[in-house]
Design a protein around this ligand. Structure first.
Ligand SMILES: Cc1cc2nc3c(=O)[nH]c(=O)nc-3n(C[C@H](O)[C@H](O)[C@H](O)COP(=O)(O)O)c2cc1C
Length: 175
């Protein structure tokens, strides 16, 4: 089977991590995958804030109600923000870069999970974006799309079966 397809079939969202640190080489490889992602008109509106400081990771976990607790265990978080004045497709561009980094983390044997920030609320009632801007100090015309939590996996999840994921989603020539 094609290697990339195999990787895609075994990729899962991993939310439990050991307390092992990540190597600089692995973090660099994940960031390179993000930097190599395509963007509309090649504008690349995104920037990445890499967080490894435990205190900051714990504060990042409060950027969402409920869905971000895995950041307390994660060795690293990559916050994807974008310059919203550069392009009207910053959200699509940021999503693609997230997907590339998520898949690269998996290819390195690491676990990772997308944590949504755009259109979401922090535990203190602020928007997740305002909360993150206060915490991380990025400019007002930047917005956060999502955070990728990354760590050495402490859970195993089943691979997908291609016939199962295909069911009814693909149409040829006509709906
Ligand atoms: C746009 C988007 C937003 C997501 N937001 C969250 C989130 O806030 N918290 C979380 O734990 N998982 C989040 N996920 C992960 C999904 O829950 C996960 O991809 C989905 O359940 C399928 O599982 P899999 O990734 O293992 O295939 C998000 C995924 C995407 C693509």
């Amino acid at each position: 089977m094609n290697e990339l397809l195999k990787l895609m079939q075994t990729r899962r969202s991993i939310r439990q991590y050991t307390d092992q640190a990540l190597s600089k080489q692995d973090i660099d490889a994940i960031l390179s995958a993000g930097l190599l992602s395509p963007s509309g008109k090649n504008v690349k509106p995104w920037e990445f804030i890499v967080v490894q400081d435990k205190d900051v990771l714990n504060k990042l976990a409060e950027a969402r109600t409920g869905a971000a607790n895995m950041l307390k265990q994660a060795a690293c978080a990559i916050v994807v923000i974008a310059d919203t004045q550069k392009t009207d497709v910053w959200c699509e561009d940021s999503s693609i870069t997230m997907a590339y980094m998520h898949l690269m983390a998996h290819s390195l044997g690491l676990g990772s999970c997308w944590i949504q920030m755009r259109c979401r609320e922090a535990q203190n009632g602020q928007s997740s974006d305002d909360y993150l801007r206060n915490l991380l100090d990025y400019p007002r015309h930047y917005s956060a799309e999502a955070i990728l939590s990354v760590g050495v996996p402490a859970q195993q999840r089943d691979a997908y079966d291609l016939p199962d994921v295909n069911g009814g989603k693909v149409h040829f020539d006509k709906y």
